[in-house]
Design a protein around this ligand. Sequence first.
Ligand code: HEM
Length: 552
Amino acid sequence: MRVYPNALPLLAPELGDWFLFLIAGSLLFCLVNYVVGAVLFHRGTADKSGFKTPPLVPSVLPIWGHFSFRMIVDPRGWALSARNLFGNATPVRARFLANDVYIFQGTKNLHAFFRQRDLSSFNLHGFLLDRAFGLPAAAVRTYTKDDSGAYPKPYPESQVEPRNRLEYQLERSLHRFLLGPGLLPLTRRFQRAIAQRFYTLPIGGDWVPWDNLVTFFEQELAAPFLNSLCGDYLLRAHPDFLTNRWAFENNIWSMIAGLPRFLAPRAYRARDGALRALKDWHVWALQNFDPAMVDADGDDPVWGSKFFRERKTIFDTIDGFDLDAIATHDLAFIWGTTNNSIITSFWTAVETFSDSHLLAQVRQEAAACRIDDPTAGGPNQPPQFDMEKLQQQPVLQAIYAETLRLRISGYFVRHHSHGDIHIDGWRIPNNHLILTSPMHAHMDPAIWAAERPVDAFWPGRFLKPGDGGGGWEFTTERAQGAWIPYGGGYHACPGRHFAKMMIIFSTALLTTMYDCEILADPKDLEMSMRNFGFGMSGPKGKVPARLRRRVY
Ligand code: HEM
């Protein structure tokens, strides 16, 4: 047998050389990529001529771009630390795995972003309904085909029949309900229902332990809200509806990520249960509705509100909208109207009950707005408030505003598919995602940190000494353009007025009627990123508490 003693030593250095060469070459390539990118970026931001495309923020790896695994494991931490993407005075372009996204930040750019009427979230809504809510394929096709826009006049090139103008019809019906005449009767129903619900809780003068205060809000606040939205049949016939709704939300990302049923059985089970209940309600409502039940506001106890009754007749004319498609829309609506408002109310209660000084001020403000009718049962009834006055109370408003400043996470994502679009002198090519985020404005130390760190809860950011030396006045002086929990422009949250009332009212009611001791470990009170991206984040763990009824 022949032996080649030098074969290995000869080969090894060569391989090693190639390997080193490859690494050095890659590093050099990345460095050149970054330096060229940085030069082009600075030229782009300095260019003052005509319409410009926002420059690409330089990155080391060309296709990978700004993608980071931290975006998945710590999305809020990543977003707040990515100053190269979100800390620019001008709009910029970022690249994530070969996809370009345009980012608008800063008060001036945000204003322009929100004012641009042709930007829409309709595509994103269609995607979410399909992936997370299980919209049937025929209805997804109607979404995909609707290129007519959100306004009464369709885009000229659109061929969509008026009855299939889904985006426009949905927006119009939402706005009529939440920003128009539908709001007042809903508000009145809700105020009556929540006061009665809190009053009849099985809590007496002795401390009653509550395993998790989050579920208290998820059930005891969400139930009266839902009953005022869609009547009481849904929860009466399906008492597990709310449990399914929250279980679905807590697993929503597994569905958006496209996990099959066998890998996310809990999420699918919860969604199936919630959709089944909604379909049953629709069948029951169709069988039991009688036009004679409609009250002076146009609402009725079977559909709960004119909104759901009318929406059903709209959906019936749209291609692909069978009962399954309608139920997915109802679930999405109920999810969207409850996720932020209920969890924000939870946080305002936690913050208030955790600080005895703040609690005393809130109780004082609530007491100043009491209008109890002594002939209507004296102390044996829920407290009644002058709601206008209550919503103007400075400390209650400051707690509400500060909770939303501190705990909102996510992005406002928009899209446009009718050609390039111009926003305040910037050209965005057709069919790209354009986004901004409230997190950076809300956590900007230059705006908020004069007295306390931005990551501390401190309602004083929204208060100033009142005229005449006594008390406080609510102020949004610092917040100009930097407090945007509801978005802005035409697509801003249509439920914002209701949400403010709901959060302030629930805080006033609860603090007036009950004492509450929060017994949670501070670690469990940290914000969870389980459902990051959809606004208000809940706590990481259980929040045990104990409650007892007060004499008020
Ligand atoms: C603290 C509570 C709430 C927060 C922070 C919040 C925030 C938001 C945000 C950021 C959007 C998207 C805006 C955009 O894309 O620019 C939105 C949409 C929406 N919100 Fe709210 N919301 C809250 C409570 C409510 C309530 C109580 C209701 C109903 C009573 C409601 C109804 C809606 C609806 C229907 C949409 C979709 C609008 C559309 O499709 O055009 N929201 N909300």
